[in-house]
Write a protein that binds this ligand. Structure first.
Ligand SMILES: [Zn+2]
Length: 340
């Protein structure tokens, strides 16, 4: 049997620890959320809204945001979202724990892929492993008051998203049946999507915080870290721009919600080269660049009016602290004008 190569092994470990671990920890919760808005009372309210929309259509009237049948749906959805927030909270500790556990193995493997602890000992190198309980004490998202606030605000966020569809339908003069259909999609899709984003971000942030602790425990042998993005068609331009950046080992890799960027550590005496995100992006076919960047941004970048690093927008999240997201083109142009 052949030994898996370093890169394959890292990809496999990432899928196993970060992706599969997450699925295992959240599958039940996400299924329960899907069922709670797909059957029972919410589903009944949606059917009533569709009957109301048919009545309005026959009468030649629009579906208004203050329609009583819509308000009955929103009231029950509000109650249901409170239960959904409780489910997310109940799952979050396990999700956070899996992120922390993944950091212990991944940080080690990403730093020194394909070398066993035994082989390291032979060359006089020891990889230190901090006590998992101690790390768990330090990563406390799910116990923070900001997390509790975020969960308390979840029903309102979802309700607003659903209500906005009614407003949009009215403004754009949609047929009431179209508006009701859009509301159904939102009421049934958004709760699970929001829950998924929150839990995924807890896992990934816990992973990154714990990775800082793992690296610092090995500061005798680590010199720096290099930020790594997935670099596929879905990678946002901020993460493309930051790929390959070299950072001190005690710095956390900041990303956006559900962001999957990580880093590889550089071991003293074992230099590592990583192509920068800019180099990677520059050699893609133009069609692909245009698709990934968006038409208008592509034209401006091609014409030298904006640079990849302009897409990097740092911000602070109340729960997760310092994060980075893709700046909108409008934001970039506004910022560049301020500087001129
Ligand atoms: Zn990104």
């Amino acid at each position: 049997m052949t030994q898996p190569t370093g890169t394959n092994r890292i990809g496999e470990l990432t899928r196993q620890l970060l992706d599969r671990g997450y699925e295992q920890a959240t599958r039940q919760t996400l299924n329960a959320i899907g069922a709670s808005v797909g059957t029972g009372l919410i589903n009944q309210r949606l059917a009533e809204l569709e009957a109301e929309a048919a009545r309005l259509e026959a009468a030649g009237q629009p579906l208004r945001p203050d329609n009583p049948v819509l308000r009955a749906l929103l009231a029950d959805l509000d109650t249901e979202m409170g239960r959904i927030a409780q489910r997310v909270d109940a799952a979050a500790a396990d999700v956070q724990r899996r992120g922390i556990d993944a950091a212990a193995r991944l940080t080690r493997e990403l730093a020194i892929p394909g070398v066993t602890d035994e082989q390291l000992r032979l060359i006089g190198v020891q990889w230190n492993v901090p006590d998992p309980e101690a790390v768990n004490q330090l990563v406390g998202y799910v116990n923070s008051s900001a997390w509790a606030d975020e969960l308390a605000g979840l029903p309102q966020q979802v309700l607003e998203t659903v209500r906005n569809q009614a407003v949009r339908g009215l403004v754009e003069g949609w047929n009431p049946l179209t508006t009701a259909r859009m509301i159904r999609q939102m009421a049934q899709g958004v709760p699970a999507r929001q829950a998924n984003t929150l839990m995924r971000t807890v896992q990934l942030q816990a992973y990154r915080d714990a990775a800082v602790i793992q690296r610092v425990a090995n500061q005798d042998i680590l010199t720096e870290q290099i930020r790594i993005a997935a670099l596929d068609a879905r990678t946002c331009m901020a993460c493309v721009a930051l790929h390959g950046t070299r950072l001190p080992i005690d710095e956390r890799i900041n990303d956006h919600h559900s962001g999957r960027c990580t880093s590889i550590s550089v071991v003293r005496g074992r230099p590592r080269e990583v192509q920068t995100g800019e180099e990677w992006f520059s050699q893609l076919p133009e069609e692909r660049q245009r698709a990934q960047m968006g038409d208008s941004a592509f034209e401006l970048w091609k014409g030298g009016r904006i640079e990849l690093r302009d897409f990097v927008q740092p911000y602070t999240d109340p729960v997760f602290g310092e994060m980075v997201r893709e700046a909108s083109l409008k934001g970039i142009l506004g910022r560049n004008m301020d500087e001129e």
